[in-house]
Design a protein around this ligand. Sequence first.
Ligand SMILES: N[C@@H](CCC[C@H](N)C(=O)O)C(=O)O
Length: 308
Amino acid sequence: MDVGFVALSGGAGRRVQRRRAVSERVRMGVEFQKYHGIGNDFILVDNMKSSDTLLTADESVKVCDRHFGVGADGVIFMMPPVNDDSDFSMRIYNSDGSEPEMCGNGIRCLARFAREVLDSEKTVYKIDTLAGLIVPEIAGDMVRVDMGEPELNPAKIPSLLTPNPDTKEAAYNVNGIDWQVVPIGTGNPHAVVFVDEEQFKALDENLEAVGPLYENHETFPARTNTEFIYVKSPEEIDFLVWERGAGRTLACGTGACASVVACSLTGRTGREVAVNLPGGRLDIEWSEDNHMYMTGPAELVYAGEIRQ
Ligand SMILES: N[C@@H](CCC[C@H](N)C(=O)O)C(=O)O
């Protein structure tokens, strides 16, 4: 697969105008726009005319390759809605070709993409995902997303761990060390691991070596995303992630929500927390209505066409 690029005119965030001096072959390709949410980057495809994804899982792996493709953490397809009162559906392939249920940074990007592609003045979208209905709202440069309710029942995450009913934590042995972990579902599975400042730095240096041990841990039958959290104060945490199917990424929205629920549940923080991710900041609130609200940016980077 070749990848053809067409430069954006007018800069990121403005309407995309494509140079028309492209060959018939390019015009027959799959058009895309690339967005990122604090460095968690995605290729977005308008797939509204078909209920099959325009790129297969294998093709998505190729376009996500950072040396031989466009480069991204995943490919997101804007698909026809599956419910009467929703606007459209989201499907996503991770960069390894696996299909997750949800993606927090991705859905902020998708809201902006929809506004661009559907030429819509709407600011709130109802989006069907494999994790249910998710509702992002565009507010200026930011997108605020109602991420739904967290799943704390291990069987439904799914996880084989049995957290202590008092501490809400479970021991999780990786490389001979018993870590304290809180298993949480935010549409997709998460293991939130609490670490001190020194461990945080060491994990950052060794993430490529140890990340797969957490991702493929026997206690998470569908694999897991893993967040390493250093609590700085009751209102602020530092965050490092190893994502299922994507490895080290600069941010993870579902992971930030899971981390704040885990921190609050265990008394480490309050319910409104600033999360410092490698690519920037997300503001997360685990509201009294039990919904998680995530606020952060989503930015258009460029547009192009993938030749098949
Ligand atoms: N980066 C995403 C999560 C993407 C899916 C994840 N890799 C999985 O397999 O569950 C986010 O921002 O939530």
